[in-house]
Ligand binder design. Structure first.
Ligand code: RTP
Ligand code: MG
Length: 141
């Protein structure tokens, strides 16, 4: 399998719940390396642009409000099949449907506050990584 990069966000709920380290351990235990990271408070414009594909969805304004409600930790994860691997360990969008042992099952409370984001395809990963990071800020190893 090819080595890939994917974009991950630890969302405001998980940052507020002080589980950054526990979530990083999930990444590391799954063979994913953190090769770039930054903590930031997203503006409405930045969060709305990130989730532009959902602009017409009924939950869009709630999503942007939540994503700007506190700091997030944004990272690039690298590893074999990183995109699907990260989606696997995140679990389903709605934590009520997430398999036991996944990040969302263990750290999220509801669909609109679900602890983590992960790119869902190679095209999304490429767009999302460049949305937050320049190549010189990514340290493959
Ligand atoms: P994400 O993009 O954050 O990794 O989540 P995802 O792929 O699992 O889910 P997606 O369909 O892309 O939805 C993006 C985020 O919108 C919120 N959402 N709320 N209230 C609702 O019914 C609802 N549906 C989706 C979630 O926070 C989801 O992560
Ligand atoms: Mg998504």
């Amino acid at each position: 399998m090819a080595v890939e990069r994917t974009l991950s966000i630890i969302k405001p709920d998980a940052v507020a719940d002080n589980v950054i380290g526990k979530i990083y351990t999930r990444f590391e235990d799954a063979g994913l390396k953190v090769v770039a990271a930054k903590m930031m408070l997203l503006s409405e414009e930045k969060a709305g642009g990130f989730y532009a594909e959902h602009k017409e969805r009924p939950f869009f304004s709630e999503l942007v409000e939540f994503m700007t409600s506190g700091p997030v930790l944004v990272q690039v994860l690298e590893g074999e099949g990183a995109i699907a691997q990260n989606r696997d360990i995140m679990g389903a969008t709605n934590p009520a449907d997430a398999a036991p042992g996944t990040i969302r099952a263990d750290f999220a409370k509801e669909v609109s506050r679900n602890a983590v984001h992960g790119s869902d395809s190679a095209a999304s990963a490429a767009r999302e990584i460049s949305y937050f990071f320049s190549e010189s800020e990514i340290f493959s190893r």
